[in-house]
Design a protein around this ligand. Structure first.
Ligand SMILES: Cc1cc2nc3c(=O)[nH]c(=O)nc-3n(C[C@H](O)[C@H](O)[C@H](O)COP(=O)(O)OP(=O)(O)OC[C@H]3O[C@@H](n4cnc5c(N)ncnc54)[C@H](O)[C@@H]3O)c2cc1C
Length: 282
């Protein structure tokens, strides 16, 4: 029933030269030169590609994240379920979505493409689910033939119904999406899509794509902040530490025991802010 599709993720377009854009954005913050003067140094070879990559890699280790918003990637994504799409569109910042409409697209003959999770097949229940979908399909078609608009006939369709997206996402948000959705706690379909987005970026700009990791990755937060129980159950837990281990290691490696912040610490913070403000960048 329907033209069920495998998940497809294709990088359609991206910032012309992502590394150059990032270098220009970061360097503008730290240089007396104008952006155009920096660009001229890139173009006449005074700033090499290796130098750009080295400088950007150093900045990526800091919390200076806003320049990452200046690099964008456009993806075509198809063959994903509405169960996935509900989660995808929860990302609110730095990503723009267009999604196939169930108001304007009427499934011909009631045949709605859909996704069958492997677990249903492994439970030996795929044929029962297909039978249910076949009956849903017949009823959808009957509703449409009876003059019910597609926007209402769709009320009977399952979360398994497939959909398509065209999205534009900036690099800061793509990093964040990978933090959350490459995590083994994320749903399998979202993990698959995030992994395919990462693979697509890897094709064109591997020096940036290697930073697309789950949040526990050594290029990202570096440790797992999920529950101890979830960390213990995660296959990556063999390689990446839990937050509790990181803090325990800190406590044993410092002579001073760690302690809660008290009001005197906030006075220190306040004084630091006042003394440092004279040198702070605009
Ligand atoms: C494993 C997992 C389980 C989940 N389970 C559920 C669930 O059971 N129910 C449910 O409803 N959702 C669930 N979610 C979805 C989750 O609650 C968020 O909706 C989703 O992660 C997108 O939110 P975000 O903050 O990452 O958004 P993004 O738009 O991707 O956020 C990008 C960044 O901007 C920040 N940001 C965005 N908006 C604001 C704002 N208004 N103010 C300040 N900072 C902002 C974010 O904190 C983040 O740093 C789950 C997500 C995951 C990964």
């Amino acid at each position: 029933m329907g033209q069920n599709r495998a998940i497809q993720v294709r990088l359609i377009d991206h910032t012309h030269d992502p590394m150059r854009s990032l270098y220009l954005a970061y360097r503008t913050c730290y240089s007396a030169l104008t952006p155009v003067q920096i660009l001229e140094r890139i173009e006449d070879g005074r700033v090499s590609r290796q130098e750009m990559e080295r400088f950007v890699a150093e900045r990526l280790e800091t919390g200076h994240a806003s320049p990452l918003e200046q690099v964008w990637f456009e993806f075509g994504i198809s063959g994903v379920s509405r169960a996935f799409s509900h989660q995808f569109v929860r990302h609110r910042i730095g990503i723009s979505f267009e999604q196939q409409s169930q108001r304007y697209v009427v499934y011909k003959g009631g045949a709605f493409p859909h996704t069958m999770p492997d677990t249903i097949g492994r439970a030996g229940m795929a044929s029962r689910v297909e039978e249910l979908f076949r009956r849903v399909s017949e009823l959808y078609e009957a509703l449409v033939q009876a003059g019910v608009p597609a926007e209402d006939a769709r009320f009977i369709l399952p979360n398994a119904t497939q959909t398509n997206f065209k999205v534009t996402v900036n690099f800061a948000e793509l990093l964040h999406i990978c933090d959350l959705r490459l995590c083994t706690r994320a749903q399998w379909e979202f993990r698959k899509v995030a992994a395919l987005m990462r693979a697509e970026v890897m094709r064109v700009v591997p020096e940036l794509a290697r930073h697309l990791q789950p949040k526990c990755g050594e290029q990202r937060m570096g440790y797992c902040d999920e529950s101890q129980k979830d960390w213990a159950a995660c296959p990556l837990g063999r390689k990446r530490p839990h937050k509790g281990q990181v803090l325990a290691a800190f406590r044993t490696s410092t002579r001073e025991p760690s302690a809660p912040l008290d009001e005197s610490d906030f006075r220190i913070i306040e004084e630091l802010r006042e003394s440092a403000s004279a040198d702070a960048p605009a």
